[in-house]
Design a protein around this ligand. Structure first.
Ligand SMILES: [Zn+2]
Length: 203
């Protein structure tokens, strides 16, 4: 999965989105990137509560001592992280409880930059995307991928709800917005509107 460090080159302040680090070398790579760029991590943001995205939460909280923010509808996934781990046959330290729940009314501000939040359920009930409108960037979690969409066979997954989230929330943004998804490479709204086979979007 993709863990993102999003930071301001002028102020050096930034956030970690989805600290899914599992192996030690992954944690070291993240840490080295943050240290070598002198980044001051202010928050940990979760797009959703699936284990591949939260396996490194305990490590990240211990390393940076900053609050974890997420949508409340995915709290059952955090509470049952150890059951998720058993289901997928992996072991990792129990993720700490989130410090704050966030939803569409909230705006996340870090050193003069702003994230708007869109609630995009379907892959999980509490899936959210973080949108920096000024930079035209969307951190989409596991909603829409390049040429694909998030799976909906896990707890509370729903394909109709997911497609509605993508078409009526994410695709409301202009074509030149870049999507940084939870898996695979980046894409744009325009590309997915045109080429994504899951989304029959009139052009
Ligand atoms: Zn997921």
């Amino acid at each position: 999965m993709n863990c993102y460090i999003y930071w301001d080159e002028n102020t050096k302040e930034g956030v970690i989105i989805d600290p899914g680090a599992y192996e030690d070398f992954e944690k070291e790579e993240i840490l080295n990137y943050i240290k070598s760029n002198g980044i001051d991590i202010k928050l940990i943001l979760l797009t959703h509560g699936h284990i591949d995205h939260i396996m490194g939460n305990k490590w990240a909280v211990d390393a940076f001592g900053v609050p974890v923010l997420m949508h409340k509808d995915d709290l059952p996934l955090i509470d049952r992280a150890m059951d998720q781990a058993a289901m997928f046959g992996v072991q990792f330290p129990k993720p700490p409880a989130p410090d704050k729940f966030i939803d569409e009314r909230d705006i996340i501000k870090v050193s003069g930059n702003e994230f708007k939040i869109i609630h995009t359920p379907g892959h999980s009930p509490g899936s959210i995307c973080f949108v920096d409108e000024k930079e035209k960037v969307i951190f989409g979690g596991d909603t829409v991928f390049r040429g694909s969409v998030g799976r909906t066979d896990l707890w509370m997954g729903d394909m109709d709800v997911l497609l509605d989230s993508i078409q009526n929330k994410i695709f409301k943004y202009p074509d030149d917005f870049t999507i940084y998804p939870g898996h695979m490479e980046e894409t744009t709204i325009g590309e997915e509107k045109e080429f994504n086979p899951f989304l029959d979007f009139p052009s």
